[in-house]
Design a protein around this ligand. Structure first.
Ligand SMILES: [Zn+2]
Ligand SMILES: [Zn+2]
Length: 134
């Protein structure tokens, strides 16, 4: 693909507004990037210009790339065995601390209380809605 470089800037990337994905905090459409290099350019630009700490991630919903604050990124894969309540494979976190970090983010943003537990089938950790113990 040939890309036109704007002479005034070292950054050239193409972005669009997502039709499917919205910011969980502001409710505005997320910027979507077709490829990782586009998303990386945009992240670099924002990180330098606005002193942000953005990292690209591939969206499972729209298959484009979005940017999210670095500390939100918790490496995970999907479990081959466990299915979550919505019928999709559960996220499997390799490290307990990543599962914990994710639970804290969801707790803050969506007011859901999550527990972490060790996957009985794979080596990793899952999140589950906290059950009130009586
Ligand atoms: Zn998306
Ligand atoms: Zn599992």
């Amino acid at each position: 693909m040939v890309r036109k470089q704007n002479a005034n800037t070292r950054y050239s990337y193409s972005s669009k507004k997502s039709k499917t994905c919205y910011s969980s905090t502001k409710g505005t459409p997320l910027s979507a990037y077709c490829s990782l290099p586009d998303a990386e350019q945009a992240a670099d630009y924002a990180n330098i210009t606005y002193k942000s700490n953005l990292v690209p991630y591939k969206c499972a919903k729209c298959n484009d790339w979005h940017l999210s604050p670095g500390n939100r990124q918790t490496p995970s894969e999907t479990c081959t065995v466990c299915i979550s309540a919505n019928g999709k494979p559960k996220e499997l976190y390799t490290l307990q601390k990543d599962a914990k970090a994710r639970a804290e983010i969801l707790n803050k943003e969506q007011q859901v209380k999550l527990d972490i537990y060790k996957c009985p089938y794979n080596s990793g950790w899952h999140l589950t809605k906290s059950k009130l113990r009586r």
